[in-house]
Design a protein around this ligand. Structure first.
Ligand SMILES: Nc1ncnc2c1ncn2[C@@H]1O[C@H](COP(=O)(O)OP(=O)(O)O)[C@@H](O)[C@H]1O
Ligand SMILES: N[C@@H](CC(=O)OP(=O)(O)O)C(=O)O
Length: 450
């Protein structure tokens, strides 16, 4: 059997949902369907998830929410009407939306998670109603009923392994389709908690493992995974086949088309992933497979950049002889609950690279002051303007000359790397640059790879 996930970009309106359902019905193996909340219908539209975040915020501030509820409901109503559902049949969706503020939540973070999750919960319910209306044997299955248990942060949850045992018990009748909402699970105490943004990919992966699927098909709005972000490189080539670890490195480093955490359940279950286009389902898309089933065609598979970093540069002579130097820095970061992304070092220097999401100006000042006082470095410099370019390819392991070509080409364009780090897996190379040079660097490296 196949688990199939449709992203919000594939479920924007009635016509899109019809395309998705045709895909489902064209293959009897497509038995478990994971859906996201309806996405943007045009560039200036708002995703349902973002409308729900606004609804939660207004509820917390006790503002009038009639208009926002109506706006959210209208999106579902429009899809329902396209398939001939009556307002009477759709009333349940409005009732659930209106009832959200009246539930009890442990705190405002759980309230936010529950509101957000209803984008997918109501869409799955609606799509099951549409299929039933068309006479297709189908069932809405909720994470509560399925036992998709999660722990951790209410808006950044992690799957609990018990979920796989629960999913294993679920019977899908012959010819039946299960419609499952993406993006959230239920905590052991029965509250809703969501994965991080884009997390319906994770739900699809959990179901693929839990149901022992032969394939996880992930439908989006482009022909698979491109070798570079299409917003940076014009018409990038689509990758035919790649490995789990290539995808994990690339999605972690900026390929937002597939969530990096969604790789983990499929790797554990050794299930191939096929990223495909809902609008062109006959195109092969990208297949993501275990390393043992892969022979690289190219040296570089993909290149990506991320610009949300800062770095702390520390210089101290004989740093390499001072036991506990790094430990004392890490203790300061730990005290302030600040994680770091990377820490390349030399004999007398170390750079610590941070994700800006975990920082603010006050925290930066505190950390710098404490490091200055504790470590007494010869030089301490905070660098705001930091981007990381990640070049990934299984073929890079064999052809070390590619690193030199990359650096030479960047140098020819006056881009001098601030840091170079060859990953321990030898399939990736990380290059630190100024933010303003990041897109240009991606273009240069992409054109070397094709
Ligand atoms: N390397 C890449 N390959 C394909 N798409 C990419 C890549 N990087 C960014 N994207 C963007 O990701 C979008 C699909 O991701 P997303 O909008 O989250 O889809 P969905 O709603 O289907 O989950 C594409 O429309 C594309 O613009
Ligand atoms: N709707 C959620 C979860 C998700 O995965 O959405 P999408 O499939 O549209 O990326 C979000 O916007 O984050």
């Amino acid at each position: 059997m196949k688990v199939v996930k449709f992203g919000g970009s594939s479920l924007t309106d009635g016509q899109n949902v019809e395309q998705a359902l045709n895909i489902v019905l064209s293959d009897p193996e497509r038995r478990a369907i994971v859906v996201s909340a309806p996405g943007k219908r045009s560039d200036d539209d708002i995703k349902i998830t973002d409308l729900l975040i606004k609804y939660a915020g207004m509820t917390l501030k006790s503002e009038d929410t009639n208009e926002i509820v109506q706006n959210i409901f209208m999106r579902y109503q429009e899809i329902g009407h396209y398939f001939g559902l009556s307002d009477q049949e759709l009333k349940v969706i409005k009732d659930i939306l209106l009832a959200l503020p009246n539930q009890t939540y442990p705190n405002s973070s759980y309230l936010m998670a529950a509101f957000k999750a209803h984008g997918e919960r109501l869409n799955a319910r609606l799509i099951a109603m549409i299929l039933q209306h068309q006479g297709v044997k189908s069932r809405f299955l909720d994470p509560t009923e399925a036992g998709l248990i999660v722990t951790g942060q209410p808006n950044d949850a992690l799957v609990n392994p018990e979920s796989y045992l629960n999913l294993d018990q679920i019977k899908i009748a012959t010819g039946e389709r299960i419609i499952f909402p993406g993006f959230f699970g239920i905590t052991p105490s029965g509250n809703i908690a969501t994965f991080s943004r884009g997390g319906s990919d994770i739900t699809g992966a959990i179901l693929a493992r839990g149901f022992h699927a032969d394939m996880y098909e992930n439908f989006t709005d482009v022909n698979g995974i491109f070798a570079a972000n299409p917003h940076i490189v014009d018409n990038p080539q689509s990758i035919k086949k790649m490995t789990y670890r290539e995808m994990r490195e690339l999605s972690y480093a900026g390929f937002s088309v597939f969530h990096d955490e969604a790789l983990i359940p499929v790797i554990q279950g050794q299930i191939p992933i096929n990223v495909k286009n809902t609008h062109e389902p006959d195109q092969p898309g990208t297949i993501i497979v275990p390393e043992k089933d892969f022979v690289p065609d190219n040296i570089i598979t993909g290149v990506t950049s991320q610009k949300h970093f800062s770095a702390l540069y520390l210089h101290k002579y004989l740093l390499n002889k001072e036991a506990g130097f790094t430990l004392r820095i890490l203790q300061i970061l730990y005290k302030h609950n600040v994680p770091y992304e990377h820490m390349p070092s030399g004999i007398d220097d170390i750079t610590i690279i941070f994700n800006n999401d975990f920082l603010n100006d006050q925290l930066i000042d505190q950390i710098c002051n404490e490091i200055q006082a504790t470590i007494n470095p010869d030089q301490l410099e905070w660098i705001d303007d930091y981007a990381i370019i990640m070049v990934v390819g299984e073929g890079m392991k064999k052809y070390h000359v590619v690193s030199r070509q990359i650096l030479d080409s960047l140098g020819d364009h006056d881009i001098s790397p601030r840091m170079i780090n060859q990953g321990a897996s030898q399939i990736s190379m990380m290059i630190g640059t100024k933010k303003e040079k990041a897109d240009e660097a991606v273009k240069i490296i992409y054109h070397l790879s094709v």
